[in-house]
Design a protein around this ligand. Structure first.
Ligand code: BMA
Length: 339
C-alpha cells in the first residue's frame, strides 16, 4: 500500500461517521441524510448541488435554491457543525465593483473555493446561453461580480484551491444550451482571474458505462502528496433518462491536465431513496468536500435527485487504494491535453 497524505489545514470539527462493518464500498453515506430537506425557506422549494467551506469557528456555504417559480438562485448558509444549516432568506446580492446590483437572471450549481485570502463563487447562469458566472468576497457581506471567464456554452466550473505555477487554474465543461449529451473536462489558466487561456483537455467520457455520456467537474480538487484528488460526476443515458454518479481521479500536481490515475468504477451512484426519487431521479452531484489532513477524513457534499443535499464519507487512503486497485485511464488521459 502506498501511503497518501492530504495537504492543507487541519479540520478536526468536520462531520464524520465511521464506516459500518457491512459496507463494502469505498464511500459510505451519512446516516442522517438527506441533511437538507424540501421547502427549506418560504421562497425555496428545494436546495441541492451546493458547496460548503470552513469559515471562522464553523462553516459557510453557497446553496442552489430552487425557488417556487422554478428559477434557481444562490443562497448563503451558515452552520456550526456543517450538518444543520441556517440560510439567509434573500438571495446572495451580487454587485458590480461600484456596488450596483448585478444579479444573474438565474444561477445554479455554485462552487465555493478559497484561493489565498479571497473566496470565489462560480456557478452556471445565462450569458446569452448557459455559461459560467463568478463573484468574489472576503467577508461574505459584499459579493462582487468578476468577469464571466468563458464564452457560452459552459457549465461545472471548479477552481483549484491554490495557484499552480503562479496561475489560477479552473476546470470547466463546454456544453450546449440544453441537457447536453456530450462533455469532457477542460482546464484553463489565468494570471488575474479576468483573462483565461492555456486551455487543456483533462479527461473525457470513458468506455465505462456509468460515465459514457458525459462528465463534469465536481468538488474543488484536493491537494495530496500524490497529486490532485478530483471528484467529478459521470453520466450515462439509460432508457429511463440520465443517471449521475460520482467518479474519482488523480491529476498531476503541476501539469494538472495530465491524469495519473482514473477509477473505472464509480465511487457513489444513486441507491438510496433520496438519490433515486425526487425532482430529477437518479442524481448524485458532488460540489464540495470538507477534509482533514490530520486524520485523512473526507466528507463529500452532493446534490441528491435535484431535491436534497447529502453527505458521504471516505478517507483519502481508502479512496486512493480503491482508485489504484481499479485504475483504468483512457488512452488520452495521460496527454497534456493540447492539439
Ligand atoms: C445538469 C445540471 C445539474 C442537475 C443535473 C440533473 O445538467 O443542471 O444541476 O443536477 O443536470 O438534472
Amino acid at each position: 500500500m502506498t501511503r497518501i497524505k492530504m495537504i492543507g489545514n487541519p479540520l478536526p470539527n468536520m462531520p464524520w461517521q465511521e464506516k459500518t462493518a457491512d459496507c463494502t464500498a469505498p464511500v459510505w453515506r451519512f446516516s442522517e441524510n438527506p441533511i437538507i430537506r424540501r421547502n427549506p425557506l418560504p421562497e425555496v422549494a428545494r436546495i441541492f448541488n451546493s458547496a460548503v467551506m470552513p469559515y471562522e469557528d464553523g462553516f459557510i456555504g453557497v446553496f442552489r435554491g430552487e425557488q417556487r417559480d422554478g428559477m434557481p438562485h444562490i443562497y448563503l448558509g451558515r452552520s456550526k457543525d456543517a450538518v444543520n444549516w441556517q440560510f439567509d432568506s434573500e438571495k446572495i446580492p451580487f454587485t458590480t465593483e461600484n456596488g450596483e446590483p448585478l444579479m444573474p437572471i438565474y444561477a445554479y450549481d455554485p462552487r465555493l473555493v478559497k484561493v489565498e485570502d479571497t473566496y470565489y463563487i462560480m456557478w452556471c447562469q445565462d450569458f446569452y446561453g448557459a455559461a459560467i458566472g463568478m463573484a468574489k468576497t472576503t467577508d461574505f457581506k459584499t459579493f462582487t461580480r468578476i468577469e464571466n471567464p468563458f464564452l457560452p456554452y459552459n457549465r461545472n466550473a471548479v477552481l483549484f484551491p491554490r495557484k499552480i505555477n503562479g496561475n489560477f487554474v479552473m476546470l470547466s465543461r463546454p456544453c450546449d444550451n440544453g441537457h447536453t449529451a456530450f462533455g469532457d473536462i477542460f482546464l484553463s489558466e489565468s494570471k488575474d482571474m479576468e483573462f483565461w487561456g492555456r486551455h487543456r483537455h483533462v479527461m473525457g467520457r470513458s468506455d465505462n458505462w456509468w460515465e459514457s455520456l458525459k462528465i463534469g467537474g465536481g468538488a474543488a480538487p484536493i491537494e495530496t502528496d500524490k497529486g490532485w484528488l478530483m471528484l467529478y460526476h459521470g453520466v450515462v443515458n439509460t432508457c429511463n433518462g440520465y443517471v449521475y454518479s460520482i467518479g474519482a481521479a488523480i491529476l498531476d500536481i503541476n501539469e494538472s491536465s495530465r491524469v495519473l490515475h482514473r477509477c473505472k468504477n464509480y465511487i457513489l451512484a444513486p441507491e438510496e431513496w433520496y438519490e433515486e426519487r425526487g425532482f430529477v431521479p437518479n442524481v448524485c452531484f458532488p460540489c464540495a468536500t470538507l477534509h482533514d489532513p490530520e486524520t485523512g477524513r473526507i466528507a463529500i457534499y452532493y446534490g441528491c435527485a435535484d431535491s436534497y443535499v447529502g453527505i458521504a464519507f471516505t478517507t483519502v487512503q481508502e479512496l486512493y487504494d480503491y482508485i489504484l486497485a481499479h485504475d483504468m485511464p483512457q488512452s488520452d488521459d495521460r496527454e497534456i491535453g493540447i492539439r
